[in-house]
Design a protein around this ligand. Structure first.
Ligand code: ADP
Length: 496
């Protein structure tokens, strides 16, 4: 009887579950969307109950659809939206507030306060992060202040958690109050060197330790799911933040290996080995995972506008009818004709960090057409990713041998080939494109012995597409030069 592993993938807009067999093949999946709550501009919340209910329901339905019996399920792994912050009553399990979602900006004044206290470089050094309201720390401080909960928190009556913590608490028998290191490293409260909560930051935000979960390994049995959930107590054997799970699911298990997820934006993560790398280029340093007591670190960078540029061409410009149209259009011309789009709609992130930059379309001539603009949008995704990868190589001193890709826009063959061309290394897309869920499943399977060790995972990751670079160096340099000049012209457009 084959042993299966189920991944729960609790995302920002939906909760999903995917059933895998021991060769890493997907047997069934089910996803359920839930409501986004926008109490005021810039604020985003989720109903914690909706997160839990949709996750439970999708788990049950995916297992039912797979036809796998609960006796065959060796373990369940969990991966989740990161940074989203929850606070609940330890005795009743009831949330004291909606979950504050990672995108929410409400706690921005707390970041200013931390900066004013001179903690900017301490935060970078200790947590590997750049101070921002995106991370959980200031969201938790906002909750404790606004709801006047400090005394209850100090008395141990409340539990703070990210989504992994919330789900484990509610799904696992014995109500463990735990978070895994990859999730904890996104709170802006964890010292990523010692893997303990940082007292300086706890003091600065007046967060009592009594409210914090215990930090556990990424792969490891947290406990058994309540028997009522799947009819049998099955171990919850892994928890990981979504991007770290995707890095694992792409089998980027050794230093220098990189994955890029091409979605609305891009998320690039590079495995940097057993020590964190401090970035000189505005990248984040984060825990990738901890397995059997051994910690792996990663550098992380994101492109704010990637697939979103195609949505813009479709919805605002009417240049394409669907994102996939861009591929044929871009391929219908031999080159970009000197046209560049810098989609700095919300400014530029790493390695530029210019919030005054704005979107710029350059090099137009009378002959410029839709194809050039579509091509420029796709090329921009690749240029921005290449900028990040270059920064990662500079920071870590490691040059990646290849790039592994996933996400909705990785369906675009033109984009992938152009990416390989601009990087000068092969781009590989795996057979199982659900790398986040696969990563959670592999971590859980590893913890319970479905796969005896990391080496046994080697055969599970299989490439479907392998694209070596084929552009000549002169053309690559000319493209890169054009992009650099285009970025320079987009910068500082908004007058401060
Ligand atoms: P997210 O998880 O960020 O919502 P997805 O991984 O679902 O994103 O990918 C959706 C994004 O990918 C959209 O921005 C869309 O414009 C883009 N996209 C989807 N298919 C293609 C394609 N064939 N070519 C280019 N972009 C695409």
């Amino acid at each position: 009887m084959d042993r299966c592993v189920v991944a729960m993938d609790q995302g920002t807009t939906s909760s999903r579950a995917v059933v895998f067999d021991s060769r890493g093949k997907m047997l069934a999946q089910h996803g359920i969307e839930f409501a986004q709550i926008y109490p005021q501009p810039g604020w985003v919340e989720h109903d914690p109950r909706a997160i839990l209910d949709t996750q439970l329901e999708s788990l049950r339905l995916a297992v039912r659809q797979s036809g796998v019996s609960p006796a065959q399920i060796a373990a369940v792994g969990l991966t989740n939206q990161r940074e989203t912050t929850l606070l609940w009553d330890r005795s009743t399990g009831l949330p004291v507030h909606n979950a504050i979602v990672w995108q929410c900006r409400r706690s921005a004044p707390y970041v200013e306060k931390l900066r004013a206290m001179g903690l900017d470089s301490h935060i970078r050094q200790t947590t590997g992060l750049i101070p921002d309201a995106y991370f959980s720390a200031t969201k938790l401080a906002w909750l404790l202040d606004t709801l006047h909960l400090r005394e209850r928190a100090r008395a141990g009556e409340l539990c703070f958690g990210t989504v992994d913590t919330w789900l484990a608490w509610h799904m696992v028998a014995g109500r463990p109050h735990v978070t895994d290191v990859s999730n904890a490293s996104r709170t802006m409260l964890l010292n990523i060197h010692t893997l303990d909560w940082d007292d300086t930051l706890l003091d600065a935000l007046d967060i009592p330790r009594a409210v914090l979960p215990r930090v556990v390994d990424t792969a490891g049995v947290v406990g058994d799911l309540d028997a009522a959930i799947l009819g049998r107590p099955i171990p919850l054997a892994a928890m990981a933040g979504d991007q770290q799970a995707a890095l694992f699911g792409q089998a980027c298990h050794s230093p220098g290996m990189v994955k890029n997820t091409y979605g609305t934006g891009c998320f690039l993560l590079m495995h940097t080995g057993e020590q964190p790398v401090t970035s000189e280029n505005g990248l984040l340093s984060t825990v990738a995972w901890r397995i059997a007591g051994k910690t792996a670190y990663a550098l992380e960078g994101s492109v704010f506008v990637a697939g979103a540029a195609l949505q813009w061409l479709r919805d605002e410009m009417g240049i394409i009818q669907c994102a996939a149209d861009s591929e044929a259009l871009a391929s219908s011309i031999p080159d970009n004709g000197g046209v560049y789009l810098v989609p700095a709609f919300t400014g530029l992130g790493a390695p530029y960090w210019d919030m005054y930059a704005r979107g710029t379309l350059l090099g137009l001539t009378r002959g410029t057409g839709r194809a050039h603009v579509a091509r420029a949008a796709l090329e921009a995704i690749a240029y921005q990713s290449a900028d990040l990868l270059r920064a990662m190589a500079q920071d870590s001193g490691v040059h990646p041998p290849q790039l592994r890709v996933d996400g909705g826009a990785s369906a675009n063959g033109f984009l992938l080939q152009f990416q390989a061309d601009m990087l000068g290394i092969p781009v590989l897309r795996p057979r199982v494109i659900e790398t986040t869920a696969l990563g959670a499943a592999l971590l859980a399977g590893l913890a319970v012995g479905v796969w005896p060790d990391m080496d046994a995972l080697a055969g599970v990751w299989q490439p479907d597409v392998h694209l070596p670079p084929r552009m000549d160096a002169a053309r690559r340099q000319a493209n890169a030069h054009g992009w650099t000049r285009a970025v320079a012209r987009s910068r500082g457009w908004i007058e401060g």
